[in-house]
Design a binder for this molecule. Structure first.
Ligand code: BG6
Length: 499
């Protein structure tokens, strides 16, 4: 700290502080940042929600969940120091008088001469965004008197339920804040190996020349979850897997995989390139979408709490997307995601073309496994390149695929993979929006996914096929690839290393 120029207090105001996200992700991540010495020294955190709690009650509630979710990093001494920056201001933020306690807090805790910088975090239903923004505006809480008194807002997903609602949400938010003040979260972008994909592609020269239709046959992107919908049935049944996972996480990972290199690593240049990928994706008509997708519902979904027993909501989907640009013309991207699947694993599989001519004889009926690159996003973060080798000391020449591997676990064994929210919270506090979605990205993503949603939601739309819990989804998902002579390649997470 510079004595003549005191550091401006930085206040993180979490709306929806009594909710699950605050206790499971936000406060444990802030605590870990504090342990690592990364949380700016002047940071204070204040939770706002309707539940009446004192500062001490809020702190002890958070202490319990941090013990549970911060794992090895928990220490009661460190927590006591951290907890001194943790406060609570009860209030119904979207209603008259709901910000009174927050006002008292800010008046007491921000510097009277310097004011403060503020990051608002909306961990509330999107229906409340406009109401809370209106009240913040009326209270003068969005004013930026000086550049150091910046105001930013982080919003959670879901951001709308289709293109029209996302546009309307963007419009209403833009009445109160500039685009550069709005940080829309997609926690998949903060996964270590998704960020590493940019480094892998653009800090090396080896693969980039191959990263196009000349060498790549197709791409498979899987985000498989083994969990069921649990107690989120009410939300999930209105969303379904396409809104819950595709419009955001899968499309975001796809853009990182497919984008061109920006000239600098800055939020806007990066996001410009991602938007260009989204713009190049061909938007199918509803009839075409029906042919480019397969949907499923796990057995037992209709008995989940909050799910009507006539529900047609898909809990699994696979879709084909085509990127109509110079690099990707003719390379299908197959995306799939579902609940109740065999494994929890997120992977990008890049299937390269086969050699134009094979001089080695293969046993009858055998097929050559052509080069593959697997980018494992979770659980075992790593990159695997598979290629053919000659098996030693055989009577005849025998080929077998082998792997060159990089795994975070081995390469950085003393460092653990951080929780995505650590990265995102720190970036938002520091003003780096690279890993957050811009309004045009969100809107274009909905435009791409909307026809697939309509293909089953409209009258007479396609029906989900049932699939057993613990499987890799319904059979029609296999057919989606078989039509083009391809198949889903077994996930790395499921592979048998001996085979
Ligand atoms: C959320 C979805 O955005 O992502 C959940 O709403 C899903 O349904 C979760 O389970 C998956 O995230 P992760 O990080 O556990 O793969």
């Amino acid at each position: 700290m510079n004595g003549s120029n005191p550091v401006v207090p930085l206040t993180l105001v979490i709306f929806g502080a009594s909710g699950d996200l605050t206790s499971r992700k936000l406060v444990p991540s802030l605590y870990r940042l504090f342990v690592k010495g990364r949380l700016p020294a002047s940071t204070q955190i204040v939770g706002v929600s309707r539940t009446l709690l004192s500062n001490d009650e809020f702190r002890s509630k958070m202490a319990k969940s941090v013990q549970e979710f911060a794992g090895r990093e928990w220490s009661s001494e460190t927590w006591s120091t951290f907890a001194q920056s943790l406060f609570y201001a009860a209030g119904d933020a979207a209603n008259e008088g709901g910000l009174a306690n927050l006002r008292v807090f800010l008046t007491n805790r921000e510097s009277s001469t310097q004011g403060g910088a503020r990051l608002y975090y909306f961990s509330v239903s999107p229906d409340l965004y406009e109401g809370i923004l209106k009240k913040l505006d009326e209270a003068g809480f969005l004013e930026e008197a000086k550049p150091e008194n910046w105001r930013r807002l982080v919003v959670e997903k879901p951001f709308g339920k289709d293109l029209a609602s996302a546009q309307s949400l963007n419009r209403s938010m833009s009445r109160f804040l500039r685009e550069d003040q709005i940080y829309r979260i997609d926690h998949y972008l903060a996964k270590e190996n998704v960020q590493n994909l940019l480094v892998f592609r653009f800090a090396n020269t080896l693969f980039e020349p191959l990263w196009n239709h000349n060498y790549i046959d197709h791409v498979q992107l899987t985000v498989a979850e083994s969990v069921l919908v649990g107690n989120r049935g009410d939300y999930y049944d209105h969303a379904g897997v396409l809104r819950d996972m595709f419009q955001n996480h899968l499309l975001q990972v796809l853009t990182v995989m497919a984008m061109e290199a920006p000239s600098k690593y800055t939020a806007d240049l990066l996001r410009n390139e991602k938007v260009k990928v989204l713009e190049a994706i061909t938007i199918p008509t509803i009839e075409q979408a029906k042919k480019q997708m397969a949907i499923g519902q796990y057995q037992g979904y209709l008995k989940e709490k909050g799910v009507p027993n006539t529900s047609r909501t898909p809990t699994f989907a696979s879709i084909r997307l085509d990127i109509d640009n110079w690099r990707w013309r003719g390379v299908p991207f197959y995306l799939r995601s579902g609940k109740a699947m065999q494994t929890r694993a997120s992977e990008i599989l890049i299937q390269f073309h086969c050699p134009p001519h094979l001089m080695f004889p293969l046993p009858d009926g055998a097929k050559l496994q052509c080069n593959r690159l697997a980018v494992c996003i979770q659980p075992d973060e790593g990159i695997h390149l598979s290629f053919q080798t000659k098996v030693p000391d055989q009577e005849k020449l025998v080929l077998k695929p082998a792997d060159m591997e990089f795994t975070y676990g081995k390469a950085f064994s003393s460092l653990s993979i951080p929780e995505s929210y650590e990265r995102l919270l720190l970036d938002a506090l520091l003003g780096d929006a690279s890993l957050f979605m811009r309004s045009d990205e969100i809107e274009r993503s909905w435009e791409i996914i909307d026809p697939f949603i309509r293909a089953y939601e409209q009258q007479g739309g396609i029906l989900p096929e049932s699939y057993p819990v613990g499987s890799m989804g319904p059979e029609n998902s296999e057919r989606l690839l078989q039509e083009n002579g391809r198949e889903w390649i077994p996930l790395y997470a499921n592979r048998n290393p001996e085979s």
